[in-house]
Design a binder for this molecule. Structure first.
Ligand code: ADP
Length: 788
């Protein structure tokens, strides 16, 4: 071909990246000793190994030692042994080590990138320009957090030994997202890479040893699901951080219930890519290439649902098809390759199966007439149109290069369609109208929203999901909390038993009142029409309360969902809370008398509890418009708005101890942040809560903002935990109740906070309130690029 002919063809010649260094590295290693435990390379105690294949060729790459529970135990013990000294290491010293890791990774950047592309099949352009630089940035950014930790997070300490389990789609980047914040916080780690992609973690372990990471601070074990499960179940682990499928995330939620282990889950997604009619369509098409064909679509936040406004749908789809025809499939080590192979035959079969099923359910699946390479697990980029909202391709995560397109007419319809998913990881909005973009972003139930962009990441900005995409954030200021804890007491929480009503003593003065439940702003009879007597410490009956049941909780959740409270401005929320405090103070004497007569506490203590309750509502009011988000400036022409959004419908199960103070300490911050609450008050002293209705009723809180269902805590907690329309649950009780709340919440992966069965000091200072404010929000990171 002469120059003229080549010019006319405008085709790309091969531009392969050399693999000789990576091959030499592979050759020099004995992968049968691939467990990095206590600073030493070890074989599995069982001697077992597993095979790793190259996705582009199908050829074997390595036989890697597979850690069993004995090896996991050794790794956890090594991490436990290293913990005290690492925790005590100064922030400055930890910063130097994190920085040294980042710099060493930079020096080996090309080897990391080539190994990653060989092991995972991702195009070298991606591993070289995205995975590796972002991983380096994570370590260098977190070096800074290590040094400023004490000032930035006063009162916190390292969570302990972190068990970290990561997937195969971004092996090095996910490792960095896990290890950098853990080390910055003073945790030691046991990390398990995915069984398909162990290689870069081995190179990383070598770097740790050279960068001065003390022995046992970073331990890396290899293996599959069983190895992961051994980490999850190990009693020596204090915190689990998992990235992977929602299915395994739910297993882990159940397995850790009641264990006291901290948990963060970054799971699947079905992210919306919304294109409005006023978008720059050519930019949107390029965005889409990054959104769904990046890493072959094997990305948890892939923009796999294209939602396009009807008026531009035809034009956009034509442009997308034309662009798809130019995507180059081939050798991942070729710098011109856009799409590499999928990770493994099992994934290829899965993607093919889902495309076939989508077509069977009515979608039209289109693929460009490109050739597939002769070897490797390649799948053509695929566009599905005429996709019904219930189609498997619209609902289920494919984790492959498959885009499902749907149309919408109005903005409202677009938002509804975007939110029509059980996931909530990310979303992209394409429009040239900044007002529209910033109006739509808060309405999307997703942890990350990119405006006129997609798949932007940075260590400064948190990443993580809403709904079944998991909970907790990685990166950013908020990500550090996942590896920190406040020192807690050891005293177990004990519910206060209700004495049998004493027939001889009879009733006290309040017997004539039988309060109802408080649902949707009204006092309503319990569905079952049963009442429970409430006695004082001597067994005298002070009144009866309704025995709420499943149906009552369901009604309360519906009322909370319909409430207008979430739309109130922060200033408005503050005023309502101030008014609530004011109204409580008018009746302070009455509440104190009730506390005194019911709980048997002294008059002074009862008065103090009421006073502190009023003060706490005041404090929550004062912070309603001040506990705000942040703005980040990642190293690109973009700002990230980290917005504090309410969790949504929050279930609150209050304890018997400090029955008024605990209840308001839980409810007030939840309301301050805009959540609608379904509260189950103290089982022992519910009359305190029923007295509160009248205060709430006179405080301008919209109907459904707070709903109160009295009854048996365990029964009602179970219903709240299982309810799919409850977004979060705070449960204070004994260890059985806490375990129940955590275990039963796995269905929709609601955010659960419990006291882990430990007694709490409700009279604590303002910090307690801030902790609850933080639990009352989800942080949404909205990326706003600027410039031409
Ligand atoms: P993916 O679909 O991305 O492969 P998985 O959830 O299957 O997601 O895998 C993510 C990570 O979780 C991998 O490291 C895998 O070995 C590990 N894993 C799989 N099953 C379990 C389990 N039951 N417990 C803990 N880890 C597991």
């Amino acid at each position: 071909m002469n120059i003229l002919e080549r010019y006319a063809a405008m085709d790309y010649g091969p531009a392969p990246e050399s693999r000789s260094e990576a091959d030499a590295w592979l050759k020099a290693h004995d992968f049968s000793k691939a467990l990095f435990i206590g600073g030493k390379w070890q074989a599995a105690a069982s001697g077992k190994t597993f095979s790793v294949f190259e996705p582009a060729s199908g050829k074997p790459l390595a036989e890697v030692s597979e850690a069993g529970s004995e090896d996991v135990d050794a790794a956890v013990k090594a991490a436990q042994k290293a913990l005290p000294a690492w925790k005590k290491t100064s922030g400055y010293e930890r910063a130097r080590i994190l920085y040294a890791i980042g710099r060493a990774m930079q020096r080996h950047a090309r080897l990391f990138a080539v190994l990653e592309s060989i092991d995972n099949g991702k195009p070298i352009r991606e591993s070289r320009d995205i995975d590796v630089p972002l991983a380096v940035r994570h370590f260098i950014h977190h070096a800074g957090w290590a040094q400023t930790l004490e000032k930035a997070y006063p009162g916190y300490e390292a969570a302990g030994v972190a068990g970290q389990i990561i997937p195969w789609n971004f092996p090095l980047l996910m490792l960095a997202w896990k290890i950098a914040p853990a080390l910055a916080a003073g945790c030691t780690v046991v990390l398990k890479p995915a069984e398909f992609t162990p290689l870069t973690s081995l190179l990383f372990a070598e770097i740790c040893a050279r960068a001065g990471v003390p022995k046992g601070v970073v331990n890396i074990v290899q293996g599959g699901g069983e190895t992961g499960a051994a980490i999850v179940e190990h009693p020596g682990i204090d915190k689990i951080a998992f990235t992977g499928s929602s299915e395994v995330g739910k297993i882990i939620r159940r397995a850790t219930a009641g264990s006291g282990k901290k948990l963060s889950l970054e799971l699947g997604g079905k992210s919306a890519f919304m294109v409005f009619e006023d978008a720059d369509l050519d930019s949107a098409v390029e965005g889409l290439v990054d959104g769904i064909w990046f890493n072959q679509g094997q990305v948890c936040c892939a923009g796999s649902r294209l939602l396009v406004q009807e008026s531009v749908a035809e034009t956009l789809i034509a442009k997308v098809k034309a662009r798809m025809g130019h995507l180059r499939l081939g050798d991942p080590l070729d710098k011109n390759t856009d799409i590499g192979p999928l990770i493994a035959p099992v994934q290829l079969e899965r993607v093919k199966g889902m495309v076939a099923e989508g077509a069977r359910q009515g979608a039209e699946c289109w693929q460009p007439a490109s050739d597939l390479p002769h070897t490797g697990y390649f799948h053509l980029p695929t566009l599905a149109t005429s996709v019904a909202p219930a189609n498997v391709l619209a609902q289920e995560e494919v984790f492959g290069p498959v885009l499902a397109a749907m149309t919408f007419r109005t903005q409202e319809e677009g938002v509804a369609l975007a939110n029509n998913t059980r996931y909530g990881l990310a979303a992209s909005i394409w429009t040239e109208n900044v007002n529209r973009a910033l109006h739509v972003a808060p309405q999307l139930k997703a942890g990350v929203v990119w405006i006129n962009g997609t798949n932007m990441f940075d260590a400064s900005s948190g990443f993580g999901g809403y709904r079944e995409s998991g909970f907790g954030r990685e990166g950013g200021h908020e990500g550090l909390y996942e590896y920190l804890k406040k020192p807690s007491g050891k005293t177990a929480y004990k519910p206060i038993p209700m004495p049998e009503p004493d027939k001889e003593v009879g009733s006290a003065s309040f017997i004539d009142r039988t309060p109802k439940l408080f649902i949707g702003g009204k006092q309503v009879r319990p569905d079952g029409n049963y009442a429970i007597p409430v006695t004082d410490q001597k067994g005298r009956i002070h009144g009866e309360v309704g025995a709420g049941n499943r149906k009552d909780i369901r009604d309360a959740v519906s009322a909370a969902r319909a409430s207008k409270w979430g739309q109130a401005t922060a200033y408005n929320r503050a005023q309502v809370l101030y008014f609530l405090a004011e109204n409580l103070s008018v009746r302070a004497g009455e509440f104190a008398a009730r506390l005194e007569s019911l709980t048997g506490t002294r008059a002074k203590a009862a008065q103090a509890e009421v006073d502190l309750s009023i003060e706490r509502i005041f404090a929550a009011a004062s912070l309603a418009d001040k506990f705000e988000g942040r703005v980040h400036q990642p190293p690109a022409r973009v700002v990230t708005l980290a917005l504090n959004e309410p969790v949504g419908v929050l279930g609150i199960v209050a304890p018997d101890e400090a029955p008024l103070l605990a209840l308001v300490t839980l409810i007030a911050p939840a309301l301050a942040m805009g959540n609608a609450v379904v509260a189950v008050p103290s089982q022992r002293y519910p009359l305190i809560a029923t007295d509160l209705y009248q205060v709430i009723e006179t405080s301008d809180l919209p109907a459904g903002g707070v709903n109160i269902v009295t009854g048996a805590s365990a029964e009602l907690t179970d219903v709240l935990a299982k309810h799919d329309d409850v977004d979060g649950l705070w449960c204070v009780g004994d260890s059985d109740l806490c375990a129940l709340a955590e275990r039963e919440s796995a269905g929709n992966l609601k955010r659960v906070w419990t006291n882990s069965g430990l007694a709490l000091d409700w009279s604590g200072d303002g910090e307690l309130l801030e902790d609850f404010l933080r639990r009352a929000i989800e942080i949404k990171n909205v990326w706003v690029p600027y410039g031409d």
